[in-house]
Design a binder for this molecule. Structure first.
Ligand code: G16
Length: 542
């Protein structure tokens, strides 16, 4: 087996977004594309003598990309790579393996909730030794390296057998193929009261888990059906497929419509949940009630102490800026700190490492804790199950009880997809230019109290991330946030985040879109969404 050095040249556009580099699969499969980016990763983080974790969500090209990355790791002098069997690992399981084995980081092959397949999306990201996504300074350094590369290194070798658990050699490098589920399932068992959840299932509690033909299938079957005794068949779409069965593996009411229909229909189970392509997102639904991610974060924060791993209480709660302020109210009542970060799980890493926060969450269906450094879909679903088992109440009773105590932050996100990039940029530029003059403006019977472009100073390392979203606040506590997505692969996606607080006791039980209608109208008027983008209505509403 000999090491080959291949001449290459920089490929434009290899700039990681919100969560790693995501492109159309044919782009990733193009000449040198994957190799250039992986070499940039290795050059940035250093490879000689190091141990990494490797796995992905099993989407199309995952298996072949894994072999390339292994050959490149060996040629660049890595000592050992721990790979999930079949090159598969959910993102939270990869984060756990990085931490458990005290490795030097890991490469995750995933485009998360984006569709997969020969014409869909693929992605690669690097996670640090703490198990979390590389921070901006590191991804910027990787990007810079992609602009100056002239060569990459790769071993001339046959494929490693990734289908069998065990140890293999690749040149001088060791490849350990591990069961992707076992360590993760053990971690969950250490955090939650499996005995109480098992008793709840034994007493007839019914659940539907939609794994959306994505990576969580085997994890959910092992944990829910085998370890916790949920009825066989509780997990649907449980076989991971390279194209996710043609589905869009994004657990929201639009894409997880089968689950929504079941949970809102006759004879619905007690609890429903779904997870995404790589297993870090979650959606939870009760019988007849959808729980928004922002509310889910707040309910979990308020009840975490009921679960085995969190009895000592929380150190703090962190949320991304566009996420509703519902969790801030919980933190205030618990007398703990709350943090507001830019969108992107990577911004929670420092807060978790420093012990400032225990639970984090995002409106984009992400919730997690300091047990790993990624958001974790099954973790959130298990915490809900644990809370349901201890409280013995329905999801609806718990959520409505929460609103009665804290008030309700009506919340919704409207996505306008596949807009021509220049149109979206022009809209954001116009909005930014108007910020200084917005205060005092009256729209839809509301008055703007202030507007800015969110800038974040990390309280741990002092790094500054600017231009993280335009927010417009109103005197009645309502809020509109505008951002362009950093995870799309086609044109631009405009995200408009809408929020309105109602303290109660009246007006807590309205339909969210209806309650938000003046805020929605104001959002269109203020930004000229139709004039700039030609879109009258959002493509996805969550
Ligand atoms: C990623 C990030 C999340 C972020 C989400 C949406 O999630 O890890 O922190 O909230 O994208 O980001 P954007 O609004 O920029 O599209 P995932 O599940 O795609 O890895």
């Amino acid at each position: 087996m000999s090491k080959i050095t291949v001449k290459t040249q920089p490929i434009a556009g290899q700039k990681p977004g919100t969560s790693g580099l995501r492109k159309k699969t044919p782009v990733f499969m193009g000449p040198h594309y994957l190799e250039n980016f992986v070499q940039a990763i290795f050059d940035t983080v250093g490879t000689v003598g190091k141990t990494f974790v490797l796995g992905g969500d099993g989407r199309y090209f995952n298996d072949r990309a894994a072999q390339v990355i292994l050959r490149m790791a060996a040629a660049n002098g890595a000592k050992r790579v721990i790979v999930g069997q079949g090159a598969v690992l959910s993102t939270p399981a990869a984060s756990h393996l990085i931490r458990l084995n005290k490795t030097d980081g890991g490469i995750i092959m995933s485009a998360s909730h984006n569709p997969g397949g020969p014409k869909e999306d693929f992605g690669v990201k690097f996670n640090m030794p703490n198990g979390g996504p590389a921070p901006e300074a590191v991804t910027e350094a990787m990007y810079k390296r992609t602009t100056e590369l002239t060569e990459y290194h790769i071993l001339e070798a046959q494929d490693v057998d990734l289908g069998t658990v065990g140890r293999h050699a690749l040149g001088d490098m060791v490849v350990d193929v591990v069961d992707p589920v076992a360590d993760y399932a053990d971690l969950m068992e250490s955090l939650f009261d499996f005995d109480k959840i098992t008793a709840m299932f034994a007493a007839g509690f019914r659940m539907r888990m939609d794994s959306m033909c994505a990576v969580t299938g085997p994890y959910a079957v092992e944990i829910l059906e085998r370890r916790l005794g949920a009825a066989k068949g509780t997990v649907t779409h449980e076989v991971p497929l390279p194209d996710f069965g043609g589905m869009h593996p994004d657990p929201n009411p639009t894409w997880a419509h089968e689950l929504m229909a079941e949970m809102m229909g006759e004879g619905a189970p007690d609890f429903g949940a779904a997870s995404d392509g790589d297993g870090d997102r979650n959606m939870v639904v009760g019988r007849g009630i959808y729980v928004s991610p922002s509310d889910s974060l707040a309910v979990l924060a308020a009840n975490a102490h009921l679960c085995k791993g969190y009895r000592a209480g929380l150190k703090g709660v962190a949320r991304s800026m566009p996420t509703s302020a519902a969790s801030d109210r919980v933190a205030a009542s618990l007398g703990i700190a709350s943090y507001e970060t830019p969108t992107g799980w990577k911004f929670f890493g420092n807060l978790l490492d420093a012990g400032n926060a225990t639970i984090c969450g995002e409106e984009s269906f992400g919730t997690g804790s300091d047990h790993v450094r990624e958001k974790d879909g099954l973790w959130a679903i298990l915490m809900w199950l644990n809370i349901l088992a201890v409280r013995g109440e329905s999801v609806e009773a718990i959520v409505k009880g929460h609103w009665a105590k804290f008030g309700r932050n009506y919340y919704s996100r409207h996505d306008f997809e596949a807009i021509a990039t220049e149109k979206a940029d022009a809209m954001m530029a116009a909005l930014r230019a108007s910020l200084a003059s917005l205060a005092g403006r009256k729209l839809q019977g509301m008055e703007v109290s202030g507007a800015d472009d969110f800038s974040y100073t990390d309280p741990v390392d002092g790094s500054v991330s600017a231009k993280q979203g335009v927010r417009v606040n109103f005197t009645d506590g309502s809020r509109i946030v505008y951002r362009l997505s950093g995870t799309g692969t086609e044109g631009a996606t405009l995200r408009v985040y809408l929020e309105r607080y109602v303290p109660g006791p009246d007006g807590l039980d309205r339909d969210a879109q209806e309650a938000l209608s003046p805020v929605i109208a104001a959002a269109h008027e203020l930004a000229g969404i139709e004039a700039f983008t030609g879109k009258v209505a959002p493509d996805v509403v969550t």
